[in-house]
Design a binder for this molecule. Structure first.
Ligand code: ADP
Ligand code: MG
Length: 383
């Protein structure tokens, strides 16, 4: 346990001690990750269900910081079926981005590390466990098999290069045999595909000459350049206004069907989820509190947190004096309590909530919830 001084801050000495210990831990992970010529057999794995493109099982991703270990993702399991969209929803800070960065292996290293769990990626003829896949190999998976669309398109584009050069670069990197002329032609095609009018002209423009929506289209074009099996979209429309948001979502949906890939859509916006997702995962403080089909989650939300999220969403035609907001805030993941993380904000607590973290209860074949309110009702637990 970290010792704090009278002001509640860690002393410099204590901080240095933690930092030294962290380095010991992270060096072990880093060494593993940076190995060269690792035999494929070490990271080959079997999918539990071959109709899934990704299966995440009991994923733990921690950040080893100078003030302590941040358990950003603490035992998350879910899968993404081929050709489907899974929505991941939860308040800011609940571990959505860290989950997706873990899948991409783009965590801020060396502090951020996947400490345990499996991420099985279906590559058709074989499957890889991304947790064990070395950096060398990961470089080929990123872009080719999995690609990511970030919230703020300006950060994904380089302001000093023309749009065309940036799309060309992605294509050339993943298709080393393609001629310069073919790359250029394909880039223009891609820009056209994502609904950019006059793609030849945009090809020669700089990012600052485009609107936010146009930039996000360019980023999507880059993400789709190699027909990835999985597209991770982390708050892809949060920086855009509502009408553009609808266009971008529509575009994503159409492109996904065209290349028959899957989407993992991360958002704090339930409206976006309702429109896009086949399955929904509700995250709270680094764990999944509820998951199910979109219908189950919207028609029959079980966890008090999901109910709270639903209640805090405005509904057209329903008049309210003030919009509901869940009291309190997401707990600090450095010092998590042993009981249900939502307990201190929950208005529906029962006696057992003060006990250990609730087990996962199956409400249907697809619907699960981690909450004591359902333990006795259903009688069966699988956690
Ligand atoms: N690089 C980092 N170093 C330390 N803590 C981090 C880092 N990145 C994220 N975290 C912490 O992990 C938790 C989850 O963050 P994140 O996944 O970004 O949340 P969100 O659900 O909003 O995407 C937060 O408490 C955040 O402070
Ligand atoms: Mg995020």
């Amino acid at each position: 346990m970290a010792r704090k001084n009278a002001d509640g801050y860690l002393s410099a000495k204590e901080s240095r001690r933690i930092s030294r210990e962290n380095r010991k831990v992270t060096n072990v992970f880093e060494k593993q990750r940076k190995r060269k010529n690792v035999p494929e057999s070490e990271y080959l794995c079997e999918m539990k269900d071959i109709s899934n493109v990704i299966e995440v099982e009991d994923l733990h991703t921690y950040f080893f910081t100078d003030v302590g270990t941040v358990k950003s993702v603490d035992g998350v399991s879910f899968s993404v079926p081929i050709g489907k969209t899974i929505g991941v929803v939860g308040e800011s800070g609940c571990g959505k981005s860290v989950t997706s960065l873990s899948i991409m292996q783009l965590l801020q290293r060396p502090q951020g590390q996947i400490v345990s769990g499996e991420i099985r990626m279906n590559l058709g003829s074989k499957a890889y466990d991304i947790v064990k896949t070395p950096n060398e190999v990961m470089q080929h998976l990123r872009g080719n098999e999995i690609s990511m669309i970030f919230q703020e398109p300006m950060t994904a584009l380089n302001p000093v290069f023309r749009i065309g050069a940036q799309v060309d670069e992605v294509l050339a990197l993943h298709n080393p045999d393609m001629s310069k002329h073919d790359v250029r032609q394909r880039s223009v095609e891609l820009l056209d595909l994502v609904g950019i009018a006059n793609p030849e002209r945009v090809y020669k423009m700089y990012p600052h000459e485009l609107s936010g929506g146009m930039r996000q289209r360019v980023v999507i074009a880059m993400a789709l350049a190699c027909d990835p099996k999985l597209i991770i979209a982390d708050e892809p429309t949060t920086a855009l206004d509502v009408t553009i948001q609808a266009q971008i979502l529509d575009l994503l949906r159409r492109l996904k069907d065209r290349i028959n890939s899957s989407i993992m859509l991360i958002t704090h916006d339930l409206g976006v989820i309702a429109e896009m997702a086949d399955y929904v995962v509700v995250m709270y403080s680094g764990r999944i509190v509820e998951s199910g089909t979109a219908e189950e989650i919207f028609n029959n939300p079980a966890h008090p947190y999901t109910k709270g999220l639903m209640a805090s969403k405005p509904v057209v035609g329903r008049k309210v004096d003030s919009l509901y907001s869940i009291p309190g805030k997401v707990p600090n993941p450095v010092n998590m309590p042993d009981y249900c993380y939502f307990k201190d904000r929950c208005e529906l607590c029962v006696g057992k909530c003060a006990g250990e973290y609730p087990p996962e209860i199956k409400l249907s074949a697809t619907h699960t919830v981690a909450c004591y309110r359902y333990v006795d009702k259903e009688g069966e637990t699988n956690g």
